[in-house]
Design a protein around this ligand. Sequence first.
Ligand code: NAD
Length: 269
Amino acid sequence: MIRGSTALVAIVGSPIAQVKSPENFNTWFANNARDVAMLPIDLQATALGAFVDNLRGWRNLRGCVVTVPYKQALATQLDGLSERARALGSVNVIRREPDGRLLGDNVDGAGFLGAARLHGFVANGKRALVVGCGGVGSAIAYALGEAGIASITLVDPSAARVGALGEVLGNAFAPLEIATRYRSLEGFDLVVNASPVGMGDSGELPLPAELLETLNATTLVADVVTSPEITPLLQRARERGCPIQTGAQMAFAQLGHLGAFMGVTPLEI
Ligand code: NAD
């Protein structure tokens, strides 16, 4: 029940009907007797500036989760950013301070690592292949860097995106080895698809089928795609005996990070 006293959080993007955060958060708020509710907002791009002004003045709003396509645009309009959000140039969560200032963070990578930890993955000293160097791939690569990974190989059809992410990682994590070439998947401890390839019923693989034959059974294979839950990549990896991590597991592991940043849940939920 939303009452006059209810504190609000929001999730903004466009489209918005597909997002799972409102039901996940509202279930948690109800089960834990919190007088807080999450509203989905499908925002037209032309209203973004006015929206930010409204967030500053919206006194019973604690924060706002940010999804596609506003993660980059909103990062330029806030009053403060975490170090990782500044380095990545994107936010996926905003906290409204009591004085109206808006602070941004990006916890996509923290969610990914939290889920990977549940699979026993420890990044320190390991080697990872990150396929897709857009918003989410960059956040995952940055979190791996923060966690002390030894080597990251970047793959993306856009050379500009590979170059930009390589520069961000190189500036932030000096000892990190950054590569763009590889012949086999044998040497990787983690292979993650951070591109939309495999979404829906496309049946597409983000890496050539013959290359997937070189996967070690000990490699953690992860996908950010949430639908289908078991993507064609995860299906192949499972057939090779690899541990797999789904996009839904990553999304779920983010909830506590998003809620804690907005001050409406503990970190572990
Ligand atoms: P984006 O558009 O910023 O980046 C996607 C990148 O993938 C681009 O750089 C593109 O060039 C690259 N790409 C496309 N085809 C490729 C291929 N064949 N091989 C390698 N790279 C390829 O998008 P984004 O915001 O990073 O989102 C990516 C996906 O992550 C989306 O499907 C989104 O739904 C999903 N996502 C999942 C979660 C989660 O918690 N599971 C969170 C956020 C986003």
